[in-house]
Write a protein that binds this ligand. Structure first.
Ligand SMILES: Nc1nc2c(ncn2[C@@H]2O[C@H](COP(=O)(O)OP(=O)(O)OP(=O)(O)O)[C@@H](O)[C@H]2O)c(=O)[nH]1
Length: 489
């Protein structure tokens, strides 16, 4: 495993391979010269070489038939002669087109090049747009190398190769235990309220500035609507709230507390239908849960928290480290698995993720697990080839259980803002997302986006995360969330 890690590398290496392909974009843009030699040329050369292979006997026979004759002219003389001939030909046919490249071909090539460049620019723009607030790490681009011969590894109790705790990336938070030990552990609602404080403060500060000593007239309602939209709640919800206020309180003085209360009630109405608890149930054994999402959205952390939760409840849980692009992701999941004493199926970096998923399902079935959670590499929703890879993982799992995955959870980073709407749409279409988890609701002013997502997509929201430790993930409750975001009681 250590060797493979330096191949962590593998990730880089493959990036390099891809980079090799992409290098052309910048060099072409800058008028680069080192385009690789066309394959056809190389092929022709090798074919010529092959035809030149003659056995000594054949050579002797040929020599007999056509004895070797000293050429009349030296090579230089022959070349001079040929050049003279070409010059004469050109004089005779001055309008003759140069043999290559044909103008149509050149034009087609130029158009193709420009199209490629535009495509790559558009991909870069989309990637930049998708990477709003905390910029997701550059996604692992390499196509995974299938490694059918490499065995998946089941790690339990901190296999020796990972005991370095090594997540080493600090991405597995340990604060949970400390908080509990020091008796500082707060109730969930207090943590939720604290987490959503920035979203709530921004929203209610703006509302206060609109309504200080002012009647609820058309202008105030319009300003309120803008404020709600800016808080990412979505146009529909914003209109719903202002209409409700206009209906009940138009032209009357209204306090900020009263507005908070309407805000809480209306947000709660939007969220209630999507606040669906995740039921593990017994219908499927193992229940196969696939975790998907963009880079850094909190998939692995959420899996760790879920593994802890269900193993504490006495369920037999298994994890599959399907992010085979990043060695650190595998280690991170292994650390989470170790904490909860949950086995983790791993494969070396760069291995085929669908092969790993297949092995994991087989293993979880053999061990009669209650829950198998499969991690996947982060991918931007506009990367078609990476989304296709996700589809492949799902196809492969279905070979062992046609109804699997029984749950496909999309993790959404609350700090992403509006882009989360697009993530839900594309992951929904490509991966058949059945439910959502919103992470990082702590410390963002953009928590309102969950309301817009609920309004638009109506997908169940199973959990929300307000921190990095085990106790920072809880089932989603519409009323709590609405009260916390409105800063109301
Ligand atoms: N503040 C906060 N941080 C979180 C939360 N959930 C996850 N994180 C942190 O976000 C970072 C990324 O989380 P990961 O779980 O590694 O995300 P991922 O989606 O698996 O990332 P990739 O494998 O790169 O796609 C880590 O530092 C986590 O500790 C949360 O609810 N709140």
């Amino acid at each position: 495993m250590a060797e493979k890690k330096s191949g962590g590398g593998a990730g880089d290496g493959s990036k390099g391979a891809d980079g090799g392909k992409k290098r052309g974009f910048w060099s072409r843009l800058l008028g680069g010269k080192d385009e690789p030699q066309p394959k056809e040329t190389l092929k022709d050369q090798s074919e010529d070489q092959t035809s030149a292979d003659v056995t000594p006997e054949e050579a002797a026979a040929l020599e007999k038939e056509q004895p070797w004759q000293e050429p009349e002219n030296s090579i230089d003389e022959s070349i001079d002669k040929a050049l003279d001939q070409i010059e004469e030909d050109l004089k005779e046919a001055p309008d003759a087109e140069p043999p290559t490249p044909a103008p149509e071909e050149a034009a087609a090539k130029a158009v193709e090049t420009v199209e490629e460049e535009l495509q790559e620019i558009s991909e870069l723009e989309q990637a930049a747009q998708a990477a709003s607030e905390p910029e997701p790490e550059p996604e692992p681009e390499p196509e995974p190398e299938p490694e059918p011969e490499s065995e998946s590894v089941v790690t339990t109790d901190g296999g020796d190769d990972t005991s370095g705790g090594g997540a080493g990336d600090g991405s597995v938070a340990t604060g949970g235990g400390n908080k509990e030990d020091s008796g500082e552990k707060k109730g969930w609602f207090a943590r939720l309220r604290e987490g959503l404080k920035r979203s709530s403060d921004q929203l209610t500060d703006n509302i206060s500035s609109i309504f200080t000593k002012r009647k609820l007239d058309d202008e105030a309602l319009e300003e309120l609507e803008d404020t709600l939209i800016q808080a990412d709640l979505g146009v529909e919800t914003a209109i719903q709230i202002t209409e409700k206020l206009a209906k009940d309180r138009f032209d009357k003085e209204i306090s900020v507390e009263e507005i908070r209360s309407v805000l809480r009630d209306e947000v709660s109405k939007v969220l209630a239908p999507v606040a669906v608890p995740f039921e593990l149930g017994t219908a499927h054994k193992p229940h196969i849960l696939l975790m998907v999402g963009v880079n850094g959205s909190g998939k692995t952390t959420t899996i760790g928290k879920l593994a802890a939760k269900y193993s504490r409840e006495g369920k037999k849980v298994m994890l599959a480290a399907g992010d085979t692009f990043r060695a650190a992701a595998v280690e991170q999941l292994t650390v989470w698995g170790d904490r909860s004493n949950v086995p983790v199926i791993t494969r070396p970096t760069g291995a085929d993720a669908s092969g790993l998923a297949y092995d994991a399902v087989k293993e979880a079935q053999a061990q009669n697990c209650d829950l198998l959670i499969i991690d996947t590499a982060g991918r931007l929703q506009n990367r078609d080839e990476l989304m296709a890879e996700l589809e492949k993982i799902i196809r492969v799992i279905k070979k062992l259980d046609p109804e699997a995955p029984h749950t496909t959870l999309l993790t959404l980073d609350a700090t992403t803002g509006q882009n989360a709407l697009n993530q839900v749409e594309i992951f929904g279409k490509r991966a058949g997302v059945t439910g959502l988890v919103m992470t990082k609701l702590d410390g963002t002013a953009r928590g309102g986006i969950l309301v817009a997502i609920a309004q638009k997509h109506k997908l169940p929201v199973h959990f929300i995360g307000v921190g990095e430790t085990i106790e920072d993930l809880e089932p989603f409750e519409a009323d709590d969330f609405a009260a916390a975001i409105a800063g109301a009681q």
